[in-house]
Design a binder for this molecule. Structure first.
Ligand SMILES: [Mg+2]
Length: 315
């Protein structure tokens, strides 16, 4: 039997990711000053705005997390070829929001390049400054639920899944780190000040963690200069702000509202913050008025439950 509070935190992870994504979507690419002058403070699901969509519309962050979660449930665990195939299916549907590295890599898979090589090829074709986006950390949380009792496998699978589109070591280690944080929170680790340090130590034991990742996240959330937090599409900026807001706020709502109102890559910083805060506070802390706006809420909840069923494997 899965503990009720674990189930609530697992559901909170996926619904939290989706709510952060949808709350941030209308103000993606905006400045915090621009958001303030137009909206005051964004606390409700807004319509129109960036990408001009109805309130509660999810973007690539949640769409790709759904591809991963559905694949895990249907395949009974990580199947990279199947995840890549689902990503390509989504790519071919003509999404209104897709990252450059994701589009490059999925175009390669579509042309017949193996899923294990496509992300690396796309990465090799890019220069520093455009080679380490947040497109894999935004979507990776479902793995933490499926591998809740297997941290070693979780780190490995998180890295491999990132490589489908984001092969940079900052992205692969970033996914392993974020998922280990989410895993610990869903399992019930209650001290937000030690979770990042403990997760870093574990992830470092399973493969290299780039120095810059250590430097930027090791002291989170306590020893953080909030003036220097980044909110761009750079993977380490998104990770540090997502972890900071997710772990420092007193409630789910406060975490996501704080994150999204900085603008910039608001949907993805919102998604990462929402996954962390949802894993920390559980489903009941995710405001019902936000969840009710999500067309995908029933499926996300069901997938969270089904992912947990995969978790308690003998290993
Ligand atoms: Mg997005």
């Amino acid at each position: 039997m899965i503990d009720h509070s674990v189930r609530s935190r697992a559901r909170g992870t996926l619904l939290g990711l989706a709510c952060g994504d949808a709350l941030g979507r209308p103000v993606e690419f905006r400045t915090s000053a621009g958001i303030e002058s137009e909206h005051g403070r964004v606390t409700e699901m807004l319509g129109h705005g960036t990408h001009d969509r109805p309130p509660g519309t999810i973007t690539d962050d949640t769409e790709m997390a759904l591809c991963i979660a559905r694949s895990l449930v249907e395949r009974g665990g990580f199947d990279g070829a199947d995840v890549a195939r689902r990503f390509v299916g989504w790519y071919e549907s003509g999404p209104f929001d897709i990252g450059l590295m994701t589009a490059d890599s999925l175009a390669q898979v579509r042309e017949g390049v193996a899923w294990t090589d496509a992300g690396r090829k796309a990465w090799e074709g890019r220069t520093e400054g455009s080679n380490a986006g947040n497109g894999s950390v935004m979507r990776c949380a479902p793995y933490a639920l499926a591998y809740l009792d297997r941290p070693g496998v979780l780190a490995e699978v998180s890295r491999a899944s990132s490589e489908i589109t984001h092969a940079d070591p900052r992205c692969t280690a970033g996914c392993a780190l974020l998922n280990e944080v989410v895993r610990r929170l869903v399992c019930g680790e209650s001290d937000p000040d030690s979770v990042v340090g403990d997760a870093l130590t574990l992830v470092d034991g399973s493969g290299a963690v780039p120095d810059e990742l250590w430097t930027r996240v090791a002291g989170l959330p306590e020893e953080t200069d909030t003036e220097t937090l980044g909110y761009s599409g750079y993977v380490l900026a998104t990770l540090e702000s997502g972890l900071y807001h997710g772990l420092s706020a007193d409630s789910f709502e406060e975490a996501v509202v704080e994150a999204v109102n900085h603008g910039d890559d608001a949907d993805t910083v919102g998604a990462v913050t929402g996954a962390v805060a949802g894993a920390r506070f559980g489903l009941d802390a995710v405001p019902e008025r936000w969840r009710d706006e999500l067309a995908e809420r029933g499926e996300l909840r069901r997938l969270a439950d089904e992912l947990l069923e995969l978790a308690p494997a003998e290993d």
